[in-house]
Design a binder for this molecule. Structure first.
Ligand SMILES: C[S@@+](CC[C@H](N)C(=O)[O-])C[C@H]1O[C@@H](n2cnc3c(N)ncnc32)[C@H](O)[C@@H]1O
Length: 217
């Protein structure tokens, strides 16, 4: 299978268990073309084969979109994706889930430039990049209803960052390769709201959704 045309992308997605709408296939195709082009000049993702990018990386985003639908988020949540790198999981996620305002925070200038370029091509609604340290995100953009991250920092550190930046009912999601922790001693003040698993090839991956402990749902 040659280039990541919308048709080829839809075929690969189908083999991975997802039926794409026409627009989803077109947007993912645009993203993959941009990613592979830029990946030649800079280190964005480990794979140069777009099918591997789909099976290893983009699958997380459509599973995440489904998981988000199961959460008690407001209709138009204020969302932050910490250490977004090449826009993962955020950019493909917004192809499948476009509620609220979504900001990807990334410190490295070249990655920020790539995400801005990709967003200029895809024109995803209310999706933006903040080129700064997560610690320097302007306070007026908070509180968040949703903070999520993949491969950014150890989960207790992500929760420690999220604590003063979330609304009372906010949710912090960690994308993980193992089951959710059974004890919260490493992150006092938090509780596990829900966790779900999904398969990627022969591996199992997880979403852990945490919420401040003071909230009773
Ligand atoms: C391992 S990468 C993960 C990227 C992406 N989330 C993914 O799953 O492919 C971690 C990213 O966090 C960024 N990063 C590290 N420290 C940061 C900080 N303090 N503020 C914002 N971004 C940061 C790095 O530049 C890098 O792109």
């Amino acid at each position: 299978m040659g280039k990541p045309t919308p048709e080829n992308v839809a075929n690969v997605a189908r083999r991975l268990g997802r039926t794409l709408a026409q627009d989803e296939a077109r947007l993912l195709s645009e993203y993959l073309i941009a990613l592979l082009k830029w990946n030649k000049a800079m280190n964005l993702v480990a794979h140069n084969d777009w099918r591997r990018v789909m099976s290893d990386l983009i699958t997380d985003s459509w599973h995440l979109a489904d998981y988000l639908e199961s959460l008690p988020l407001p209709e138009a949540p204020n969302c932050f994706d910490l250490g977004a790198g090449a826009g993962l999981p955020g950019i493909p996620l917004r192809v499948f889930w476009n509620a609220g305002e979504y900001r990807m925070v990334e410190i490295r200038k070249k990655r920020v430039a790539f995400m801005r370029y990709a967003l200029s091509r895809l024109k995803l609604a209310q999706t933006d990049v903040l080129g700064c340290r997560v610690e320097d995100v302007p306070q007026e953009l908070f509180p968040a209803d949703l903070i999520l991250s993949r491969a950014f920092r150890p989960w207790p550190e992500v929760l420690a960052f999220a604590a003063p930046h979330l609304t009372q009912n906010g949710v912090c999601i960690i994308l993980a390769n193992e089951k959710a922790p059974t004890s919260m001693t490493e992150a006092p003040g938090w509780k596990l709201l829900s966790s779900t698993s999904y398969s990627v090839g022969d591996k199992t991956r997880y979403f852990w959704g945490f919420t401040p402990e003071s909230i009773s749902r």
